[in-house]
Write a protein of this length. Structure first.
Length: 139
């Protein structure tokens, strides 16, 4: 009984030390996703002034104003639907940006081909990380 308590305490201690090093190396997945896939059109600040913005036929959205333009509330569902893009959003018109839901689904097969996985969870996790980051860009 005493050995079990000591073993348990040692395990908790080692885990807490491990968590300290993980916290120091924390990766901002949403930011990385944004930088990899969105920055080129929407810009570093999310204001729609990315390096390719001048080549677009329609201006990239200013992602910093989403909450302000939605009476102060971040439009989570709308943003999710636009990023996912696999179903047409009523009133959205034509697709002016990539269909990331489909792209992420293809990527899931390339990345996770050796292990059992749920591709939809892979897609959702990428989109949710991205939305969380975009929500932090609000002014």
């Amino acid at each position: 009984m005493k050995l079990t308590t000591v073993t348990y305490s040692l395990g908790v201690f080692l885990c807490s030390i491990g968590n300290l090093s993980v916290a120091a190396e924390r990766v901002d997945f949403g930011r990385e996703e944004y930088r990899e896939n969105c920055l080129i059109c929407h810009g570093e600040a999310g204001d729609g002034n990315g390096p390719y913005a001048h080549m677009l036929t329609k201006s990239a959205s200013d992602l910093t104003k989403l909450a302000r333009e939605n009476r102060g509330g971040f439009p989570f569902t709308r943003v999710y639907e636009v990023i996912d893009g696999r179903e047409m959003v009523q009133g959205h018109g034509t697709r002016d940006m990539p269909v990331w839901g489909s792209a992420y689904r293809v990527l899931s097969g390339e990345v996770m081909f050796e292990v059992p996985y749920n591709p939809e969870l892979f897609v959702r996790s990428r989109i949710l990380a991205l939305i969380e980051y975009i929500s932090r860009l609000q002014k």
